[in-house]
Write a protein that binds this ligand. Sequence first.
Ligand SMILES: [Zn+2]
Length: 186
Amino acid sequence: MNKQLQTGDALLIVDVQNDFCPGGKLGVEDGDTIVPVLNQWIAQAETHQLPVFASRDWHPLGHLSFSEQGGPWPEHCVQDTPGAAFHSDLQLPKNSILISKGARFDKDQYSAFDDTGLAEELHKRGIKRLWVGGLAQEVCVQATALDAREAGFETLLIQKATRAIDAKDGEQALKKMRDAGVILQD
Ligand SMILES: [Zn+2]
């Protein structure tokens, strides 16, 4: 793993929630295997006193993204349900900054940057570079990493800390991110 974390960096962990892990409503195969990897990165971030941001999908009942409402996904990550909780082995620091998304009735939010104020919060803390991991690679991780580039942050995707729902879509997502200037990190 890379030890080059430095001042001006932050760790951004996308949607490592029970519903996106095996056994969850929208479980990503081997999704839970990224947790120990992320824990190593969290430990590094803490050693360097760098902020850790964690996003979560946080839907109200009857959200428009659910298939019963005509959306693309089965019901998942309903607010205050066990499925919406972070994976219990994920060792988020107590001072992690939580980003809730998907709570609006009028639209879904795949990206942790989408109308959440995250870019402003990062600027306020002098963050220039983001290390990104989480679930799922071709959905919320891709959207978040692309928006991070759009917002002008140097962005690294920790490949061992993300998993795709579909292998082919995952590959395409990697290409898209690389084309947008995201650095793919082992
Ligand atoms: Zn969702």
